[in-house]
Write a protein that binds this ligand. Sequence first.
Ligand SMILES: Nc1ncnc2c1ncn2[C@@H]1O[C@H](COP(=O)(O)OP(=O)(O)O)[C@@H](O)[C@H]1O
Ligand SMILES: [Mg+2]
Length: 369
Amino acid sequence: MLTEDMVRRALSEVRDPELHYDIVSLNMVRDIRIEGDAVAVDVALTVQGCPLHQKIETDVKKAVGTLPGVNRVDVRLDVMNDAERRDAFARAFQKSQADRQAAPSSGSPSAQWSPLLAPDSSTILLGIASGKGGVGKSTVTANVAVALQRLGHRVGILDMDIYGYSQGRMLGAHEPARANAAQKIVPWQVHEIHVVSMGMFVPDNQAVVWRGPMLGKMMQQFFTDVAWPPLDYLLIDLPPGTGDVALDMAQRLPQALLIIVTTPQAVAREVAMRTADVARRAHQRILGIIENMSYVPMPEGHRLELFGSGGGESLSQALDVPLLGQIPLESSVREGGDRGIPVVISAPQSEAAQTFMQIAQKIDAAAHA
Ligand SMILES: Nc1ncnc2c1ncn2[C@@H]1O[C@H](COP(=O)(O)OP(=O)(O)O)[C@@H](O)[C@H]1O
Ligand SMILES: [Mg+2]
């Protein structure tokens, strides 16, 4: 006698091709109906127009079709609502955490690249991502790095924005790359931060013309060919969006914690959501959101919300991660970046600098939680 339980057990062999876990534990099976020798299964996909829906459908038919007494399998596909999708991602995330704890020695594919990435390394990798450019990702990277250093940590920055590198300018480092006796690149040391950026390899103001394959190896080379000192934090300034580098990092450095920088605008938020989606699929943990250019501080504590409001807050709610802080738009921030002295150092009393210090404390607490 065919039972719903038997069908459910057969379905637990079917995996969501993107989330990598079975569709039963991800709560993707909405309904099972048995009528004689015909079985109907309702499956909810995580995204509309999921390009892999055919694979799921075929796999479901195969898994259920092989049960004794089944002659027909009807699969009905639907799409999850926001709450269901969040729940599915959360389940996949919890499972991936459990798997990682169960097999700690397997490490990540990049474990041999550098002692910083070894399974027993205590270095915390922080990927700084954003949906689009110009939201202040590099500014945030430089200032959070300095703030973490001021809290007593050993901090490095890897500028993975190959075409739009800017950490040299932000931190006031200009010298060309220098190799040590072992022929490894020595990071710039500025404001007590260790920095590696494409800017080291490019003579003043020349454009970078790396080709695809080389770009693919960049991340690896920035670890294998660099004499990184021991670090407590390595901040990785990512290019905007969900391009090759973000995907590469998601796959090769899944242990990296992500911070998403956004502005209060809704458009910026939508792109940031996509960034978050990639992270979730790769089972990367998103530490939190930083909203930049949130307001202009006015006399008497009044806040002028130049770019609207609520982008960071709603993104944080949608992803169920904390909003780590809201950084005001202040000319001292831009000037600091242009002069190579981050605002945390150049104007430590400013509202922006103090917000960066608070954000660093929250990151430090969350990363060790
Ligand atoms: N909070 C802020 N207040 C004032 N200017 C800012 C602020 N954040 C960023 N900027 C300025 O905005 C521009 C873009 O910032 P940047 O960090 O380079 O963005 P991204 O790396 O996301 O492209 C820079 O000129 C920077 O100095
Ligand atoms: Mg940048």
